[in-house]
Design a protein around this ligand. Sequence first.
Ligand code: F6P
Length: 458
Amino acid sequence: MSRLIVVSNRVQAPSADSSGAQGGLAVALTAALREHDGIWFGWSGEAGETRDMRFETYGGVTSATIDLSEQDIEEYYEGYANRTLWPLFHYRLGLTEFERDFQGGYERVNRTFGEIISPHIQPDDLVWVHDYHMIPLGWVLRQQGLTNRIGFFLHIPWPPTRLLVALPQHRRLVEAMFAYDVIGFQTEEWLGSFHHYVTHEMGGSLGENGAVTVGGRTIRAIACPIGIDAEEFVAATGRSEAVATHRRMIESSIGRSLIVGVDRLDYSKGIEERFNGYQRFLESRPDARANVYLLQIAPPSRSSVQSYRDIRAQLDALSGRINGAYADLDWVPLRYVNQGFPRDVLAGVYRAARIGLVTPLRDGMNLVAKEYVAAQDPDDPGVLILSRFAGAAAQLDQALLVNPYSADDIADAIEHALTMPREERIARWRPLFENVREHDVIWWRNRFIDELSAVSVA
Ligand code: F6P
């Protein structure tokens, strides 16, 4: 059996000092790495001037990380990844910054990664590169002489051609992707946008079984939606911390319906628009006001980037205004919490929530939507309100799908969910849960690895 080599910006392999509660992606990949005796490469998350690779083996999985210099972090991670590609790929041209230094830093860091990693790759290894930080890495590895099967999975959306062409050197970026053997996207929609770019901008052609050809090179491009570790998430809802949290939420809500939102604090998550929608609900249904409250959990992220500091300040102000306008002596309409919680605690919160409010303006997938579904009580499930612009909406279409930009749409969906009879909630939830359970993270991982393994190498 071939070894599996995973490369991503953040390495989430288990380590001696991690708490043990890994995210779904980390669980799926570490299980595969354990089975395939593999290595997970990436950035340590630290600044440092040496390029020494630090190997750590824990729980049967080896991780190998390097530090990046301050300049690399600024230009590659904060710059090109998070101030150029992230906003552009989330359709936010107005927030996208185009700096030559960022692109230079991005290419430099990808080159460095490729040069440092390639000596550790054996001829038969499967190499799986993840996400927008590392798009050109496959090309660098080919330059280093690697003929292995190399795959790439994009966790975020792929933008429409009209937006992508705003990126200076867009063609160079896409050309580099043809160094991979298999490219995975979250949805058919993003795959379609990729096809459009390749056929309209590069003179490429599409063939059978996902084949995409440009010049003399044919690769496979597939839609392969990521899932959660559903079985583990269902198990989490029965564990003591989840049960205690569930009780705590029910007691603190004194008969009111909990609406929950859980997101990394990011402008793409539509939290501001969600608050506006909730405010519209409070304003237009005064009689329903005191029967609900919204708990928004939003751990801050990427706070060295100005647009993230801006959204944080806007949300601080807006949450204050909503509570100032509507709170009563014994009720606050909005609990806004800037910290993250372990999975078992979240499982208890989700189960206590009558509504899961997941309204990103654009999202590659959105695993919170799937976690919310997995955590529900089958006999009395809550209602998922989901943005039609989340990748997850392509699979979870029994949710109440909303336009996240429309305050009226969100307000109407909240009302619909609050008044939905139990039979309808169950009828909507069952197929949602089936989908989450069947297309879980293990399904996703196996599907991609099978595609990659099936590639014949010269
Ligand atoms: O899903 C997109 C993503 O950028 C992941 O690659 C990343 O691990 C996560 O969001 C959190 O972002 P960051 O690594 O920048 O904190």
